[in-house]
Design a protein around this ligand. Structure first.
Ligand code: AMP
Ligand code: ZN
Length: 458
């Protein structure tokens, strides 16, 4: 029984998709004009976990997960004007980096990754429908959504109209009938990218992009819509307004999920505060799976404070699990232990699921022989559902931080190990000890076993 907290009804509800053979999820993706920070990655990792839970329950081919790229936006235009680099070059570069970095976090590739610029015709068609239905009006090259026309406006964010306006610092502009009206389309000057439309050359508003991509990729009503908590207003409120009005009141999503913020000290990690840590830098020092574990250490709706200690503790815990898996070998496919499934299906209670992993390890540690191997296989299966234990234990322990520049690479270590083996064979123990000590000084531990020596990083 998968239960999820729905931010729209404000209750935890049993999850029932509209169609079990086609379960749909949409998550608002990045605006690709610079490097994402680790706070931005929290949503991607949380919804990757949900994608995995849905696939387990409904089958891999039954779940359609779309995460978009916003590749047209004022911030991108500004970045292009400042750097002189063409927009497409900037957006392609950062979309590629984003996908590569998420792969290092063991995130599965979503089923669909629509880009806004690939859906301009769909966006124009959606705006035309809203205008003809009386929910939107053109004014001075813009098209605006008329908030007063939609009764349900504000239901998701809950704030009253005045608070909303203050919170969003909505632009008061002469072409707006009401300051709360928001832009569906805006004109582009000659220096700005634009597309021909019934309202002149221009470009879409950000909120509209998602409504159009969802309609095209997934349909009118999707099962799950996700994003960071700050997207509830105005972004998701406006997506709801556009989609409901274009679809005769059909709800946009059955379940709305919002993840809490990653914090640095007391503050939200954010570009504008300048208190960000970038996956790009973190991945040089830490394994992506360690960072994933750290992001999953708190339940997704809770705030999570990003600290060095959190990363260190995540690494230590994974080391413990991997040490058992290294000892017991690859194991056999087995059912995923109920305790962990129940925790994860309880609105993704990851702290409880991680406690479950520790219990499974403790059980294995008390056993020996085949029962120990079976218990370890159960641990592995449970971790894999969370996107953990994705690596061979040998590779896990051999992984080196890039920033540890003087530590020898795997090839060099293998070479020294061979040299040491030759020295031992020739009974030159002084030399073999020297090699062992030199490696130990560089944090490389050698373990002699029945099949020769193996190594790992301390
Ligand atoms: P922004 O870069 O602020 O436009 O945010 C892009 C996405 O990352 C949005 O979905 C935000 O909700 C999310 N986000 C930004 N900062 C954080 C944070 N500190 N913690 C969690 N999510 C965040
Ligand atoms: Zn969106």
């Amino acid at each position: 029984m998968l239960r999820l907290y729905d931010s729209l009804s404000r209750e935890t509800r049993l999850f029932t998709p509209g169609d079990e053979s086609r379960v749909t999820m949409y998550v608002c993706g990045p605006t690709v004009y610079n490097h994402a920070h680790i706070g931005n990655f929290r949503a991607a990792v949380v919804f990757d976990l949900l994608f995995r839970l849905l696939r387990r329950r409904y089958g891999e081919s039954a779940v359609v997960y779309a995460r978009n790229f916003t590749d047209i936006d004022d911030k991108i235009i500004k970045a292009s004007q400042e750097s002189g680099q063409p927009i497409a070059e900037i957006t392609e570069k950062y979309a590629r980096i984003y996908s590569e970095e998420l792969a290092a976090f063991n995130c599965l590739t979503p089923t669909l990754t629509p880009a806004a610029t690939g859906h301009i015709a769909e966006m124009i068609s959606l705006i035309e429908r809203l205008v003809s239905l009386g929910f939107a009006y053109p004014a001075q090259g813009h098209v605006l959504f008329s908030v007063a026309q939609f009764d349900g406006y504000g239901k998701l964010s809950g704030a009253d109209a005045e608070e909303r306006l203050a919170g969003a610092r909505v632009e008061v502009a002469p072409y707006k009938k009401d300051p709360a009206d928001f832009v569906l389309w805006k004109p582009s000057n000659e220096a700005e990218p634009g597309w021909e439309s019934p309202w002149g050359r221009g470009r879409p508003g950000w909120h509209l992009e998602c409504s159009a991509m969802i309609e095209k990729a997934l349909g009118e009503t999707i099962d799950i819509h996700g994003g960071g908590q700050d997207l509830r207003f105005p972004h998701h409120e406006n997506e709801i307004a556009q989609s409901n009005c274009a679809h005769a009141g059909a709800p946009l999503a059955r379940y709305w999920l919002h993840n809490g913020f990653l914090r640095m000290g007391a503050d939200k990690m954010s570009k504008s505060l300048g208190n960000v840590a970038l996956p790009r830098d973190l991945l040089k020092k830490h394994h992506g799976e360690t960072l994933r574990f750290a992001l999953l250490s708190a339940q997704y709706r809770q705030p999570l404070e990003w600290t060095d200690t959190l990363i260190e503790q995540s690494k230590k815990q994974l080391d413990k699990f991997y040490r058992l898996l290294a000892e017991t070998g690859p194991g056999e496919p087995t059912e995923i232990p109920e305790s962990v499934v129940i925790a994860l299906e309880d609105d993704m209670n990851t702290p409880e699921a991680i406690a479950g992993l520790h219990e499974l390890r403790d059980i294995a540690m008390q056993l020996e022989g085949a029962p120990r191997m079976r218990a370890a296989s159960r641990l592995k299966a449970a971790g894999e559902l969370m996107g953990l234990f994705a690596h061979q234990p040998e590779d896990w322990f051999k992984w080196t931080p890039q920033s540890q520049g003087d530590s020898p690479g795997a090839e060099e270590i293998e070479r020294q190990l061979a040299e040491r083996a030759a020295a031992r064979k020739a009974k030159d123990f002084a030399k073999s000890d020297r090699i062992r000590d030199a490696l130990a000084a560089q944090g490389i531990v050698i373990e002699d076993g029945p099949h020769g020596a193996s190594w790992r990083r301390k």
